[in-house]
Ligand binder design. Structure first.
Ligand code: KE4
Length: 430
């Protein structure tokens, strides 16, 4: 296999590190989890990325989830170009914000009112604040390995890049900021029951990745989500489904539609921005009306609901309304997952595979992965070999074992079958 030329990326990386910490604007992009030099991207089109050295890759990162329709989807781009011609931001309400809010509400009936922000982090930070303001309680429960953005009080046993780069509990967060945060093992309903029986009256909310995508993809065990709903109801605790990654990804109505569970609040991001910066939080009217200017809980944002990002989000969701899309994503993702699984089986590589819709993961481990501790038993050195072997062959996966593989509508059978063939090749090098 010829090594890809990465001269220009190496030069760019050296330059970037002089002016940007680690040369990147988000840590996991720096390849710290897999070693080597990050590739600098020149363009994306459909399921392909092209780097500044001219190498072309089939992309399974999809900007970490937003690009479910692939890069530069022509209908979305057309709408963005039309919107930009009218100006980029007004700092005043527009009908576009009503439209996107209505689309979210139609897709997720639990979301009676929704507030737009600019990232998933802003969404979860704000949802926590409104839960605390509404309940007048301070404690927050999260789960080991779940990642809800870089919110101070949630950077405890956090997944995604925080785990990949070895700081699941981040320095720089004063003990006072996290003394109200309780982190429990994911998929352990008894642990939740025990804590809530003891401290239920102090707990404002439980925030959970309804399907975890930041320790690799970990599926909730039978009854787990239902248990969380029952326990939170019993103790008057607000249940927050963090669907930043899963919203409009695993289904148009997110995980909550698949499991038929109504959380009190939902956080969103990624796909609802159509590739532009958007986050959102929403839920029960009486909770959401505790936010300024109706209620006293304060939250604001200069570019929240800006017309260009709203246009991109509306265009994306309007296209995703077509149920045939999710059927096709299911077929493509099943084809990829089955192929990856067969390669591991035939090559006798210990691996545990998870998938929900077009979000999937191959853990290089010989045991089931049901939570953070079992996910962390994966062989990250073998993952690094997988990553670089696939990259050299023109396939771009997440530079970390603790992330998800994302399939888009732009991935065709040709690309998926080529991916499996390449993996067969790479498996021989393990
Ligand atoms: P952002 O602030 O990155 O838009 O969203 C934070 C967030 C919140 N909740 C969930 C479930 C998330 O997955 C995320 C962000 N996901 C990571 C990928 N695992 C973003 C990638 C990165 O940090 O560069």
């Amino acid at each position: 296999m010829s090594k890809i030329i990465t001269e220009k990326s190496q030069k760019a990386f050296a330059e970037a590190q002089n002016v940007i910490p680690g040369g990147v604007n988000s840590p996991v992009r720096a390849f710290g989890g897999v070693g080597g030099t990050p590739i600098f991207i020149k363009s994306g089109s459909g399921c392909y990325l092209t780097d500044i050295d001219g190498n072309k890759y089939v992309d399974y990162v999809g900007s970490w989830g937003p690009l479910i329709l692939g890069h530069a989807e022509p209908r979305v781009i057309k709408k963005i170009n039309e919107a930009v011609a009218n100006g980029t931001s007004y700092g005043a309400p527009t009908e576009l914000e009503i439209k996107l809010a209505q689309l979210v509400k139609e897709a997720m009936p639990s979301v009676e009112k929704v507030r737009m922000v600019n990232s998933g982090t802003e969404a979860t930070m704000s949802a926590i604040r409104v839960a605390r303001g509404y309940t007048k309680r301070d404690a927050v429960v999260k789960f080991d390995g779940c990642y809800h953005g870089h919110v101070d009080s949630l950077l405890i046993q956090a997944g995604s890049g925080a785990t990949t780069l070895g700081t699941p509990t981040s320095p720089g967060v004063p003990q006072d900021f996290v003394k109200h945060t309780i982190s429990l093992p994911y998929n352990d309903i008894d642990a939740v029951n025990e804590v809530c029986s003891r401290r239920g009256k102090e707990i404002a909310c439980i925030i959970v990745e309804a399907v975890a995508g930041n320790m690799g993809v970990v599926i909730p065990q039978k009854g787990y989500l239902e248990g969380l709903r029952e326990i939170t109801k019993k103790h008057g605790i607000i249940l927050i489904f963090d669907e930043v990654m899963t919203g409009f990804r695993v289904a148009y109505g997110g995980v909550q539609s698949l499991y038929n569970i109504k959380p009190d609040l939902t956080t969103l991001g990624k796909i609802i921005g159509g590739g532009l910066p958007v986050g959102a939080y929403g839920g029960r009217k009486e909770i959401m009306d505790s936010i300024s200017p109706v209620g006293a809980v304060y939250q604001a944002g200069t570019l929240s609901g800006n017309p260009v990002a709203m246009t991109a989000g509306i265009a994306m969701l309007e296209i995703l309304k077509d149920a045939k899309i999710y059927k096709s994503l299911e077929e493509k993702s099943q084809r990829l997952a089955a192929g990856m699984e067969k390669v591991c089986k035939d090559a006798k590589i210990p691996a545990y595979h998870t998938r929900i819709g077009s979000m999937l993961c191959t853990f290089f481990t010989d045991q089931p992965v049901t939570d953070y501790s079992t996910a962390k038993k994966s062989d990250t050195k073998r993952y690094a070999k997988f990553f670089h072997g696939m990259l050299e062959r023109g396939f771009y996966f997440a530079p970390s074992q603790f992330e998800a593989v994302f399939v888009s509508t732009a991935h065709g059978e040709k690309e998926i079958d080529a991916t499996i063939e390449a993996f067969k090749d790479v498996a021989k090098t393990f």
